[in-house]
Design a binder for this molecule. Sequence first.
Ligand code: 8YV
Length: 317
Amino acid sequence: MKPHVLQLNPILIPAINERLEALYTVHHLYAQADKEAYVREHGASIEGVITGGHTGITKALMAQLPALKVVAVNGVGTDAVDLDYARSRGLAVTATFGALTEDVADLAIGLLIASCRGIGAGDRFVRAGNWVRFPQPSSIPLSRRFSGMRVGIVGMGRVGRAIAVRAAAFGCAISYTDLRAMDDVPHRFVADLVALARDSDALVLAAAADKAEGIVDARVLDALGPQGFLVNIARGRLVNEPDLVAAIEAGRIAGAGLDVFVDEPHVPETLRNSDRVTLQAHRASATVETRTAMGEMVLASLAQGLAGQRPEMSLTT
Ligand code: 8YV
């Protein structure tokens, strides 16, 4: 009999789905109208869970799955999983470490260039036919150069480091903050986030959200200042979103490039209406290449966990 796996989020790579369906009885919870009833009916048989980084899994849901052995997160963020509870039950919680680093770093740089060069606003200007109506060069304000910017990176893990490599290639001076200075990072460590923001033209968030909720607040944004840009490809809740909305509204920062939000898929209206903000719909890892590599890791973690082995990518066992 095939092991039963509960899938909380869809996987968008058909070849990965084919292999999942061949190996397991896959329960697509995300497609069920009455999810609670579905879990009541099938929960006892579930041995594995697949979820997304942003979705995670609640303690309450894990508690309804008595046969659970492994939670395979199709992402690197495990902030939406109660890891202490998983540890207390001996459950393996795995993530796709290393699979999405390059694409997330690429999008961070893309969002920063898009924000400071006004790529989204320029695109909308041309599309709306405004270039023909307002052909004079002064119709669009001059933008801000990215090359050579002082870039402050918040969180020097895999993604933060990959962003640093890219920014360095653009001649950017890089500083960073994290829980501690890192011996193997050749950039300037600044312990205090407000000080880092004050010394940066752009602040790029690449930190885990577990212990860093709301760290980017009005104080940090004011330190970044009216010439400064914020980029977030990590988690929305690293930022105090009402403070960010107020700072954008009042021009207290120059702009922002945002892939993640506090209450996805809801994005505050001010951010949606501002030409100084470039938006994405949590897409940093959404390439065929990365999602294929992530899917392979999910398959490997499930296979190991369901065979009673410690999954290589386990954080909890
Ligand atoms: C993914 C993420 O969009 O890695 C993470 O933690 O949030 C994203 O890369 C998500 O996990 C896809 O399911």
